[in-house]
Design a protein around this ligand. Sequence first.
Ligand code: AMP
Length: 460
Amino acid sequence: MTTTSFEQLPLSPAALANLAQLGYTAMTPIQAASLPLALAGHDLIAQAQTGSGKTAAFALSLLARLDTRRFAVQALVLCPTRELAEQVAQEIRRLARAEDNVKVLVLCGGAPIKPQADSLAHGAHVVVGTPGRLLDHLDRQTLELGALNTLVLDEADRMLDMGFMEDITAIASRAPKARQTLLFSATYPEGIQQLAKKFLREPKEVTLTQRPAGTQIRQRFYEVTESQRLHAVGLLLNHFRPVSTLAFCNTKQQCRDLVDVLQAQGISALALHGDLEQRDRDQVLIRFAHRSCSVLVATDVAARGLDIDQLEAVINVDITPDVEVHTHRIGRTGRGEETGWAFSLASLDEMGRVGRIDEMQGTASAWHALSELTPADTRPLRPPMVTLQILGGRKEKIRPGDVLGALTKDAGLPGAQIGKINVNEFSTYVAVARELAPQALAALGDRPVKGKRVKARLME
Ligand code: AMP
């Protein structure tokens, strides 16, 4: 047994078997450092980035002390954004498969409050949500924290950035004093110390700033004039041909302009910015996660809390004035064992910013010429998958297995060609290999899903 084996932790045999089934063969550094302490009941301040495995670090701990026979909220996870809350809930559900019927509920703003209250009334063991909406439920007394064992503050620094200090304080003051509190944060500004002093009892500190071994980000800088900048993004994409790219712009207008330029070149790109309605935002993120859209163009604010795995490249369309933001942007690629590209386009006016980045990173930037960027293929970059939207979701009691069954068992499509399936309240989204799109659409049109005829359409 290695020092990073999960087997040395006081976890149930069922939990260990589930981890093995999920392919979690060894603990990540943050898990190895924090799980023994968290499982022993200590409060924690853990410094960890997204992608480090931090969710499992707190999820395994809160699940270990859950009593599923007791229908009361025993663990509460506070997250800065809805996307993060959804991702955290998914990971908790995955890790909870070992237990019978662990009910995990997401409570965030942007969704109607009444159905959430109804779900709470049916009983939940774990609640994951954003501070504003959680407080709302506490005020309405639809959420009760009397049985709470574990309080988790995830991405605490971002929650403070977003002005949630007061809400967090109000929520924590309504939780029982005898509880475990786990605080996770990527950075460690002054406000985090204050939070820790207020809510944690003799916390143990876990600091791990280095990225997991094997991770590699290859950074390249290209000098551009303003008139070359947006065009250069297309050159990069057609040369390196990454399947999924996150492109950062400093302004919303720049995001819109870039999407127009890329779409005109036949590259599938979608913008993510604060002006989108929640439903449109969800659809953009689903398509990107499905690998049915090549480029997600975002401002830093819009990309907050996003956790995207399998990101081959990050492009800094503009150089950010904030060195920490730069580090955060490029840290989204090269996760786990993968190697990622980080490209930055800099005009003469931005050289001062690049200089500060060099200083912080302790290395000189690697400069390359735009003229190197010859297309690797004559065809434009196409995403490998397409997303089909089925008009029917949780309301119709559709589950991912129903959709998978309709496509593979009933219609005989190969399972390996079907990708992620997301079931939302009113819609279901399924990723299928691009070449199978017509057959998959026909199959869904012909056969009932969950005993009902459904309408499906291609999202392009
Ligand atoms: P997180 O930092 O919590 O967002 O986790 C990043 C990704 O790593 C998630 O997709 C997890 O499912 C995955 N992960 C977490 N822990 C492990 C592990 N010990 N082995 C393999 N994958 C893991």
